[in-house]
Design a protein around this ligand. Structure first.
Ligand SMILES: C[S@@+](CC[C@H](N)C(=O)[O-])C[C@H]1O[C@@H](n2cnc3c(N)ncnc32)[C@H](O)[C@@H]1O
Length: 379
């Protein structure tokens, strides 16, 4: 079964279509040639279908493979039902070789994966998969903890409730597409208190002024320079050139990572000048690597057991899939990643072994497309 949907209207081509059109062997070439088509759902095993797609045709992959030893999916190839975790890791590493086949060199791979207990022993599956992929040449950029906030009830009387999963971000080379400004937290505005500007986190500079003036570690020249730098930083805050700041003063605060000049540039600055200023970016702070997102349970009532929340896909897509780019999910299930992609103006390809889930995904994508006003074409 293959479902393709298209949106009428002008779109800038973000992918190298010429390169893709040259790939005469792909049965799905039509999707890549026509940027009006919003998504492609392909029924089959990822390990095979990936090699039917043109090389270097996808900008980003966001996916959640079947977890090991957790549940049996309808029409599955057996992935997740391997006898040992070693076999499971090696199956996944092999499938992600197929992802590398279609991913552009500057493209990213994001994997959400959960853990499993075996004879009371937590297997550490996410990290075993991550190490397997690193050994296969992938570069691991982030390990994100997805805090599920609510989690499931746990009857066990000798361990804690499990409320997190991992999301790993991998790339293939040191330079890759990453739009950091697209994911920054919206900057907060400073305010005024008793005529003084105060940063969004409450820094007015008065405590730093006091520490500098009373410092036994700074010379009088260093004190003057530190006070001048502090005043200039407060002016920058007022002009909106920075969003917030911290100051590190010799003998008062520790340099952020290490006091050793060998490991920390800031420690060197502190030793030489007696202070350093740490400004926050004016466009907002970067998100951290712990995400607090409540799991999706809407689909659990219907047909699918483990859809991941659309929100989980948003940061990966905004940061690593260019606008109008193509997102791939080789285990698309009910299509959460593709719904997120369409909502954000990207196109998407989903693969799954279950016709039932693909039908569900098709309905969801149809509704998503309709709500953003496009026409569709199915074949
Ligand atoms: C954890 S679920 C993904 C859920 C998905 N993120 C969603 O939003 O619904 C894993 C999916 O992988 C599919 N699957 C299992 N083995 C597969 C294979 N070899 N190739 C492609 N899909 C497979 C299952 O049918 C299932 O839908």
């Amino acid at each position: 079964m293959t479902v393709v949907r298209s949106r009428m209207g002008s779109r800038v081509e973000a992918v190298d279509l010429q390169r893709q059109a040259q790939d005469q062997t792909s049965p799905h070439r039509g999707f890549f040639d026509d940027t009006q088509r919003e998504y492609l759902l392909v029924h089959g095993q990822a390990e095979k279908v990936l090699y039917d797609l043109p090389v270097n045709s996808v900008d980003c992959c966001v996916t959640s493979p079947p977890y090991w030893s957790k549940r049996r999916y309808e029409s599955s190839s057996g992935l997740g039902n391997e006898a040992t975790w070693q076999e499971y890791v090696s199956s996944l590493v092999s499938i992600f070789k197929g992802v590398r086949h279609v991913l552009k060199p500057g493209g990213s791979l994001w994997i959400n994966i959960g853990d499993t207990y075996l004879n009371k022993n937590l297997c550490g599956i996410p990290w075993r998969v991550a190490f397997g992929l690193q050994d296969d040449g992938w570069i691991l950029r982030n390990s994100i903890v997805w805090d599920k906030i609510k989690g499931n009830p746990c009857n066990s009387k000798d361990k804690l409730r499990n409320v997190h999963e991992h999301v790993f971000h991998f790339v293939q080379q040191n330079k890759y597409f990453y739009d950091v400004d697209a994911i920054r937290n919206a900057p907060k505005k400073p305010r005024y208190r008793n005529g003084r500007i105060v940063s969004p986190t409450g820094v007015s500079g008065s405590k730093y002024e006091q520490q500098i003036s009373q410092s036994k570690s700074l010379s009088s020249e260093e004190k003057s320079a530190a006070l001048a730098a502090l005043r200039e930083t407060l002016r920058k805050l007022e002009r909106g050139e920075i969003q917030d700041f911290r100051m590190v003063i010799r003998g008062q605060q520790r340099s952020t990572h290490s006091d050793s000049t060998e490991f920390s540039g800031r420690a060197g600055e502190l030793r030489a000048r007696g202070y350093c200023i740490l400004p926050y970016h004016k466009n907002g702070t970067k998100p951290g690597d712990v995400w607090h997102i409540i799991p999706e349970d809407q689909w659990r009532k219907d047909s699918h057991y483990a859809p991941f929340p659309i929100e989980l896909c948003e940061t990966p897509i905004k940061a690593t899939c260019p606008e109008n780019g193509i997102l791939l999910d080789p285990f698309v299930g009910t299509g959460s990643s593709l719904v997120a992609a369409l909502n954000l103006g990207r196109r998407g390809i989903g693969i799954d072994t279950s016709k039932e889930y693909l039908t569900e995904a098709g309905h969801r994508l149809h509704r998503t497309s309709s709500s953003i006003g496009s026409q569709d074409k199915l074949f």
